[in-house]
Design a protein around this ligand. Structure first.
Ligand code: ADP
Length: 901
């Protein structure tokens, strides 16, 4: 079709022949090839067969008087064309005489229509997707038109007619009035538009949030007659907003309700979050209330800025930080614990979180606990001191009683008096036992009892322990037997002293509670591996036995079977309690079987390490025979100010072939050493004039760099004094008076050559290490039988040279009374330094011939001097001392005379 602008037409007669046609029709009507549109032609005959039928049928219809309009799509080379073909019947009278056919090209209209449809579809899709509903309201007629979306938003039946009132009825009561007023105002003020946040309740009762935009359209007079608008459903967005707000509110509530101060910093150290408590703490620290957005430096105390920035940077580098700070403000003083943590997101540090906690109570509790611990430690020290003192304080007067009673026993007495005296002696003995037991027990309880592991020969320990009981059993007329398992390893490692104590306790009970029959001691190996032998040490008797009821309590302190046991058998009720603890301290157990009237069997099971190296030195407390020891050629320097002690040491050591050099004090000793002399051993007294033992020791070790063994001699049993010596470099320490066997043992240890070791190990076991002999407990455990003796002259009488004994005795009887008198004089004049010096001198003399109550008394005087007591508090003791000396002198003289005879 070349021209489509002009309408084409053709007029036909009732036989469908062409009566007239315009050029457009001629040009555009699609005829068969070779045919023309000519007047008189039968129109359906000009076209294709399939068109011909349709055309004829249409024309037939029109012939009946109907107008017919059809749309036809015609395919052309340039594209499809849409034609509108209208058939009008030409009616003359009541007859159809012809037909007018018009053909219009409506391709463009069709396209526009199609585009509009697509546009509308897109528009509807978009508005429904974003939930946008459109309305149009005729204000004057109060008739509204809502689009489909708006009906959906209001969940209203789309058939429902709408107007202003209906719309208003959906508005939520909370904002209804305000909304209506705003709309009315806009109409009145002739505003052009209005934006509203609407909350509605839909027809189905759901709450929704809408964003409402209204355009007010005026008529020509300027009156608002029409409102067009859009409602945007923002319910989901609002809900999300509300949820966000809620969670933020929750977080705020949480932060505000905690007692911790909370701070959040961004990586530039600006504050991005803080709670109320955080503000309070910060204000206390710096006097400034931090605000969000401020840099940390703006609310930090100037003197703290550097350290705070340092910490925050450290935390930003990934290291958490903890610190305690003391804060003081408005009369309040608190402790804050600050915890800084890096805040991470996807492995990136995006800030710092600081939590500040008030730990004032905690800090105070901690301080109190530390103070309490210090107090407890101090009281433990006091307790230890108290125990050491108590052993002296109680035993001193008891020694007096025992000593005096013994002396009295040697004077003429009638039978009754002798009986009384024996009772006194028996009671004192019991009391001494009790004190020793109590001290032992309290030491065990305080964990101060040391268990040793040294080589020992258990056969010899058992022999040693049972010897006195053999005699006792014989006295009582009961049998006593010892059975040793031959498979017990010869050398075990353990604590022979504790084993001795266990055996003593069990055997003394067995003998005590048995009047006829047998007491048996059996030791057997019950289990053994390469390293350990488990021994059962059983003591059985055929004595009085123990009631079943009482049996379970025998290992408790002060447990005696009956109220009359102490009276009938003596004892303290502590022996088994101590035995049990000793067994346990050695890793063992104790058990008992007993039948009333038939006897008892106590079994101690202890593990002992088996010594692989049989050559190990098994030491002894029983003196090895002197002639076995030969330390010829060894050189020993004795640094000691007391003449008697000088003589004693000199002779003792010379007995072993040792060359002895005596130095009267530390200064002399150092002069000798500096002159180039060298020694194998130095024995160093602690208390000396001019330069005492501590100073001398320090000088020798630090200045002279001397490596020679130095054994310190001390009269003190105090742990810290001895520890001080070891710290200063002493090789060992020995408590004065030093028993000959102990000195000999030390010499053996220091100078041992293979032959002297053999000599030592060939002697019986029971080996004290330096500790065991010199620990206070060793002093506590000193046999009560020995305690009973007031005068100890062992050191003097062990000397072989009679001349020396005589010299020492003569020196003694001059020095001791003179020193006591001097002390009295100096006490009166309050020359306390001289009193101390003389006390020390006196004690050195007493080491050789020890009048025990006098030694105790001098200790007491020394202590009183240290405590700055008045002369009148000290003088009676000194008077008493003179008396004690005078009373002891006859006995001393008697023993010396006997030794010299
Ligand atoms: P005590 O110093 O009284 O002997 P122990 O603790 O050694 O203290 O013993 C406690 C009590 O156990 C004794 O008083 C005694 O009643 C009973 N007991 C201990 N060993 C025996 C025994 N071998 N035979 C009978 N009773 C015993």
């Amino acid at each position: 079709m070349r021209k489509t602008s002009t309408e084409a037409y053709v007029m036909l007669d009732a036989q469908f022949n062409i009566v007239r046609a315009n050029q457009t029709f001629v040009d555009t009507f699609p005829v068969l090839p070779g045919r023309d549109v000519r007047i008189g032609e039968y129109l359906p005959g000009l076209v294709d067969n399939h068109l011909k039928e349709m055309l004829e049928s249409n024309l037939q219809t029109v012939l009946k008087g109907e107008q017919l309009e059809i749309e036809q799509i015609r395919h052309t080379d340039t594209g499809d064309i849409t034609l509108c073909v209208t058939h009008f019947p030409i009616i003359e009278g009541d007859k159809v005489t012809g037909i007018l056919v018009t053909v219009r090209d409506i391709t463009k209209n069709k396209l526009a229509e199609k585009n509009q449809e697509a546009l509308l579809k897109r528009y509807n899709l978009a508005t429904s997707a974003i939930k946008l509903g459109i309305y149009d309201l005729d204000v004057v007629a109060n008739v509204g038109h809502w689009d489909h979306n708006l009906y959906q938003i209001f969940e209203l039946d789309p058939e429902t007619p709408v107007n202003m009132e209906l719309w208003q009825s959906f508005i939520h009561p909370a904002c209804k009035e305000a909304v209506i007023e705003k709309v009315q105002n806009s109409i009145k003020n002739k505003d052009s538009e209005l934006e509203l946040d609407l909350r509605i309740i839909t027809a189905k009762g759901n709450q929704k949030y809408l964003l409402n935009k209204m355009l007010f359209l005026p008529d020509e007079k300027g009156e608002i007659t029409r409102i067009i608008g859009a409602n945007w459903d923002v319910t989901e967005k609002e809900k999300a907003k509300e949820e966000l707000l809620n969670s933020e509110r929750k977080m705020r509530a949480l932060l505000q309700s905690t007692r911790e101060g909370f701070y959040l910093y961004d990586p530039d150290l600006n504050l991005i979050l803080i709670n109320e408590q955080g503000e309070k703490f910060a204000e206390m620290r710096s006097g400034k209330v931090p605000r969000i957005g401020q840099h940390v430096t703006e609310f930090t105390r100037p003197d703290e800025i550097e350290s705070v920035i340092g910490i925050l940077k450290k935390v930003l580098a990934g290291n958490a930080h903890d610190i305690e700070r003391h804060v003081q403000a408005n009369g309040r003083s608190i402790w804050l614990h600050l915890t800084y943590n890096p805040v991470r997101e996807d492995d990136r540090i995006i800030g710092v979180c600081l939590v500040a906690r008030d730990v004032t109570d905690l800090v105070h509790t901690r301080e109190e606990m530390t103070a309490a611990r210090t107090r407890a430690e101090q009281s433990e020290q006091l307790q230890e001191q108290f125990l050491a003192n108590m052993s002296h304080e109680i035993r001193t007067p008891l020694n007096g009683i025992v000593g005096m009673s013994n002396l009295l026993l040697n004077t003429p007495l009638n039978e009754e008096q002798q009986e009384f005296l024996k009772t006194i002696l028996h009671s004192s003995d019991t009391l001494l036992f009790l004190i020793n037991d109590i001290l032992d027990l309290s030491k065990i309880k305080a964990g101060k009892f040391k268990i040793e592991k040294i080589p020992m020969n258990i056969f010899q320990v058992v022999e040693e322990a049972s010897a006195p009981f053999r005699a006792k059993a014989q006295e009582k007329g009961i049998r006593f037997s010892v059975m040793m398992d031959p498979f017990i390893p010869k050398t075990l490692s353990g604590d022979p002293h504790r084993l001795m104590q266990v055996l003593n306790n069990l055997l003394s009970n067995a003998i005590k509670f048995t009047n006829e029959g047998t007491v048996k001691l059996e030791v057997e190996v019950v289990d053994k591996d390469d390293d350990t032998a488990w021994l059962d040490i059983a003591v059985s008797d055929t004595g009085i036995g123990i009631d079943d009821e009482k049996l379970q309590f025998v290992f408790e302190s002060f447990a005696q079977e009956g109220s009359d046991t102490a009276r009938r058998f003596g004892g303290t009720g502590l022996g088994l309690a101590i035995t049990k603890r000793l067994a346990e301290l050695q890793g063992g157990t104790i058990s008992v079987h007993s039948t009333k009237g038939q006897g008892s069997r106590f079994i101690v099971r202890v593990p002992y390490d088996i010594m692989k190296d049989t050559k190990s030195e098994v030491q002894t407390i029983v003196a090895p025979k002197k002639e076995n020891l030969d330390f010829r050629g060894k050189r020993v320097m004795v640094v000691e100010d007391n003449q008697i002690n000088q003589q004693v040491f000199s002779h003792l050591l010379k007995d072993y072939g040792i060359q002895v050099t005596i130095a009267g004090n530390g200064k002399q000793a150092i002069e000798i050493l500096e002159a180039g002399a060298s020694y194998d051993l130095i024995l160093l007294d602690l208390r000396m004039p001019e330069m005492d033992g501590f100073q001398t020791l320090a000088y020798m070790r630090q200045k002279l760099k001397l490596e020679t063994p130095i054994i310190v001699l001390t009269a003190s049993v105090l742990r810290d004094e001895r520890q001080r010596c070891l710290d200063l470099g002493a090789t060992d320490y020995l408590s004065k008076p030093i028993p000959r066997p102990i000195l000999q043992q030390r010499l053996s240890q220091l100078f041992s050559t293979p032959s002297s070791v053999d000599a030592a190990s060939s002697t019986p076991a029971l080996a004290p290490s330096s500790q065991a002999v010199n620990e206070p407990q060793a002093e506590v455990n000193t046999s009560v039988r020995e305690q009973g003796r007031e005068i100890d002259m062992k050191t003097l009488l062990s000397l072989t040279d009679k001349k020396v004994i005589n010299d020492v005795y003569n020196n003694y009887i001059q020095v001791v009374p003179a020193a006591l008198e001097e002390m009295k004089k100096n006490t009166l004049q309050q020359n306390w330094d001289l009193v101390s010096e003389q006390a020390h001198k006196l004690k050195s003399s007493l080491n050789v011939i020890n009048i025990k109550s006098l030694t105790a008394l001098i200790n007491e005087v020394e202590e009183k001097v240290n405590k700055h007591q008045k002369p009148q508090d000290i003088l009676p003791a000194l008077e008493n001392g003179i008396k004690i000396y005078q009373e002891a002198l006859p006995e001393i003289t008697r023993k010396v005379t006997a030794a010299l005879a």
